[in-house]
Design a protein around this ligand. Structure first.
Ligand code: PSU
Ligand code: MN
Length: 309
């Protein structure tokens, strides 16, 4: 058992924080649990490259041997991508991982907690968790942490395997502003449309920042959820993916799969049933979100306070 507290910010990230340079945090549950090998590793490296290409510094977050790293090394990313039986680390899991020196990928919830503690303002993922279909007590902690962390979270909406109307309602209940990035509709991860509205539309990275700054300067402390439609070339249509989702959901019920394993199982089965079309959409939207997040981070300029005399 280990009891010493350990939260490690990589020197390059620390330096960027000191210099107030744009930083984008990235998660690793998508690497350990969301994508198959070897694309999981390629994707992690490629997302960092996308962030750099658009001008910000990437900070990939994960847990290695019980310690939280904000800014994993290439070697640590390789380890998380290629090791079996790693943990999927959300809010409740940091302490057990630390006590027993376990390693794992951090979910959206886990990653935004650590982004906030490190002082990083922008985070990118694929799709957030949400309210599960037919099981309204299975609500991802992602939604709870979004209500608590003042971070801009860039995603392609919530995963289509979820109950999206209930998820959008829950975001409203929890006080999370949903900003449609160049869209009026909440995207459904694999698909560009869901028929559900967003709370506000932003057409540029600067507009996102205006909204975030207004929100936080009022003293509000929740996240700004920026939803970006998946790229046209790889996005699926709802009809194409709905059959696969229904089949995968039926299997989850038949096999009694529960808790943290539900989302990874559904994502894997939908990919198998769609002949990897959903996997391709997932990869492309993750890369696109990293680019958009980087542009938003670069548009962040703290407003100079003017004093009236
Ligand atoms: N985005 C993806 N693939 C993923 C995830 C996000 O494209 O696998 C992960 C995130 O880490 C998110 C988690 O927090 O799925 C949701 O899991 P759950 O429904 O068990 O909370
Ligand atoms: Mn769950």
């Amino acid at each position: 058992m280990k009891t010493q507290e350990s939260f490690i910010i990589a020197p390059v990230v620390q330096h960027a924080l000191q210099e107030k340079r744009p930083i984008v945090a990235l998660e690793t549950a998508v690497v350990t649990h969301g994508l198959p090998r070897p694309v999981n590793h390629e994707l992690a490296i490629h997302m960092e490259a996308k962030v750099r290409e658009e001008g910000a510094i990437p900070a990939t977050i994960g847990v290695v041997e019980g310690n939280v790293y904000v800014g994993l090394s290439k070697k640590q990313i390789d380890f998380l991508a290629n090791t079996d039986d790693l943990m999927k680390i959300s809010h409740r899991d940091f302490a057990p991982a630390h006590a027993f020196q376990k390693s794992g990928g951090t979910t959206v919830a886990g990653s935004i907690i650590m982004s906030h503690l490190a002082g990083i303002k922008v985070f990118a993922t694929g799709g957030i968790g949400g309210v599960h279909r037919g099981s309204h007590f299975d609500i991802s902690t992602d939604l709870i942490e979004l209500s608590r962390r003042p971070v801009v979270v860039v995603c392609a909406g919530a995963k289509a395997i979820l109950d999206l109307p209930a998820t959008v309602e829950y975001l409203e209940t929890m006080g999370v502003s949903v900003v449609g990035y160049q869209t009026d509709e909440f995207p459904a991860f694999f698909t560009r449309e869901s028929g559900l509205p967003v709370s506000v539309r932003a057409n540029s990275p600067e507009e996102v920042w205006e909204i975030a700054q207004a929100h936080w300067s009022l003293g509000l402390t929740s996240a700004i959820l920026v939803v970006v439609p998946p790229p046209v070339d790889s996005a699926l249509d709802a009809k194409q993916v709905e059959g696969a989702i229904n089949q995968a959901l039926q299997e989850v019920n038949e096999r009694g799969i529960q808790g943290q394993s539900v989302t990874p199982y559904l994502l894997r089965r939908v990919s198998e049933i769609t002949g990897k079309a959903s996997l391709r959409a997932n990869i492309e939207l993750l890369l696109n979100n990293a680019s958009v997040a980087s542009r938003i981070a670069c548009a962040f300029k703290p407003k100079i306070q003017t004093v009236e005399i």
